[in-house]
Design a protein around this ligand. Structure first.
Ligand SMILES: C[C@H](O)[C@H](O)[C@H]1CNC2=NC(N)=NC(=O)C2=N1
Length: 115
């Protein structure tokens, strides 16, 4: 997981192929607690993070937003009292790219950091 978190997202073209099942399996093994969700025929990477209250959930959300802007790769985030659901996928290719796994690892890194 460490080395994924230190990588940076690469630009994705519309004709870039989505990851294969085997590539997904290999990358998923480097993460913990993330699951593959399928929505509207698109595979997505999702994890739920728990917090003591809403303020902590919003702080975590803000830190993810900053990292997403830095990498120009953005998640879907549901921020609730005590809970944040983060979902990564690559809109441009309607599926999963290594960028999504890099950002998932960075998301875990943010969660493990100071709240
Ligand atoms: C123009 C801009 O670079 C693109 O729209 C970026 C922005 N952030 C993105 N985020 C995600 N998750 N997928 C994308 O395809 C994407 N594209």
């Amino acid at each position: 997981m460490k080395e994924l978190a230190q990588l940076h997202c690469s630009p994705v073209k519309a004709n870039t192929p989505a990851l294969t099942e085997d590539e997904i399996r290999q990358l998923l093994a480097k993460l913990s607690g993330w699951r593959i969700d399928e929505k509207e025929g698109e595979q997505r990477l999702q994890k739920i993070f728990k917090f003591e209250n809403f303020v902590q959930a919003v702080g975590f959300t803000d830190r993810i937003a900053a990292e997403a802007n830095q990498e120009d790769h953005h998640p879907a985030i549901l921020t609730e009292w005590g809970k944040v659901t983060v979902t990564w996928w690559t809109h441009k290719i309607k599926g999963l790219h290594q960028n999504d796994f890099i950002m998932a690892a960075k998301t875990d890194h943010i969660f493990e950091g100071p709240v």
